[in-house]
Design a protein around this ligand. Structure first.
Ligand SMILES: CC(C)(COP(=O)(O)OP(=O)(O)OC[C@H]1O[C@@H](n2cnc3c(N)ncnc32)[C@H](O)[C@@H]1OP(=O)(O)O)[C@@H](O)C(=O)NCCC(=O)NCCS
Length: 332
């Protein structure tokens, strides 16, 4: 680990969730489920759901503006916009371009990243390269999702998990000794069949038949994804800590993708780390895919769970199948 290497740090964080909350009791009215089952199998109590008018960019813009304000950066200073999303406003243009226009910017590059629930970690990793090689100074990385729009509300195995929200960070060059210390990304395309939306792309355009079969909604083999997450989450944390040369006892907080409390608890056991060192807020937000890590990071900061100099790990896993982890020393 070179001491003089320019590193990227997080200068500001923002989040936004739609006003409407849906409790487990409300879901009991639309599918055969129970609050007891959802809480004991996932840890989720309620989630936020977008209005019919709200698209991914609408949520992302609000989170981005808050991240910029917290970083004390005006939108005009942004050099690059990266948006991680699996629920883009439309196939094209990218949601990043839509957000760029909504922020009143032109000329700055903007693009989307598709890496499922690991999308934010992929976006952060890409954005940090531009900071570290000196190309850009202010990079906006946004994770935004309206999973409710691709949810099959008759499928109890998925509809109780998925939710809407957005989180954003501003990356800037960090002071020596702070910022992103190491990253690890991975993918296993052979597992893609376990978590997908079959229709809506060039393989299977949306037809009335596809709609009838709900193929334009998220399909998941929960058991396979569970097994994958149970293996990859602790593995990714271990690998990134090794790359950063940090002992797990020196970690102040792990901020994992918020999919299922049991996955996070198992990772804590596997890593022999206390569960208190894992940020968990999925009880109130459900699984917001690429937005879950920046939302959890925002709340960790709000609750003073991170202070300057702390070592933290962000870790995600999801459709692809993909995974990724970042180790950082907090502070600028
Ligand atoms: C989906 C998930 C919560 C299911 O939990 P599980 O403990 O594995 O439960 P199972 O799939 O074994 O199902 C157990 C039973 O509960 C039933 N069940 C599934 N969803 C239910 C629900 N919402 N309410 C009540 N019962 C439900 C199943 O039909 C099954 O019934 P059966 O035994 O009669 O066949 C779990 O597999 C999971 O979290 N997977 C990962 C999902 C994920 O994180 N996806 C996103 C990754 S980014």
């Amino acid at each position: 680990m070179s001491k003089n290497k320019l590193r990227s740090g997080i200068a500001g964080v923002g989040m936004y969730v739609p006003d409407k909350t849906v409790t487990n009791a409300e879901l009991e009215k639309i599918v055969e489920t129970s609050d007891e089952w959802i809480q004991s199998r996932t840890g989720i109590k309620e989630r936020h759901i977008a209005s019919t008018e709200q698209a991914a960019s609408d949520l992302g813009v609000i989170a981005a503006k808050q991240a910029l304000a917290n970083a004390k950066i005006s939108p005009s200073e942004v050099d690059l916009i990266i948006v991680a999303t699996a629920t883009s406003d439309m196939q094209f243009p990218s949601t990043a371009c839509i957000i760029q226009a909504a922020l009143g910017l032109n000329d700055v590059p903007a693009f989307d990243v598709t890496a499922g629930c690991a999308g934010f970690i992929y976006g952060l990793s890409i954005g940090s390269q531009f900071i570290e090689n000196g190309t850009y100074e202010n990079v906006l990385v946004i994770g935004t999702e309206v999973l409710s729009k691709i949810t099959n509300w008759t499928d109890r195995e998925t509809c109780v998990l998925l939710a809407d929200g957005a989180g954003a960070v501003v990356l800037r060059p960090a002071l020596p000794g702070y910022g992103l210390l190491a990253l690890r990304l991975g993918a296993d395309g052979s597992g893609g069949k376990h978590l997908l939306m079959p229709a809506g792309g060039s393989r299977m355009p949306v037809t009335s038949e596809a709609i009838e079969k709900n193929l334009n909604t998220l399909h998941m083999n929960g058991h396979e994804v569970f097994k994958f997450a149970m293996k990859k989450l602790p593995e990714a944390v271990e690998q990134v800590l090794m790359a950063a040369q940090i002992d797990k006892n020196e970690v102040a907080l792990v901020i994992p993708h918020q999919a299922n409390r049991r996955i996070i608890e198992a990772a804590a056991r596997n890593l022999e780390m206390p569960i208190e060192k894992f940020m968990i807020n999925l009880d109130r937000y459900g699984n917001t895919s690429s937005a879950s890590i920046p939302i959890a990071l925002y709340e960790a900061l709000e609750n003073y769970l991170i202070k300057p100099g702390d070592n933290i790990v962000l870790v995600g896993f999801g459709a692809g199948l993909t995974w990724g982890a970042v180790a950082m020393r907090w502070g600028m």
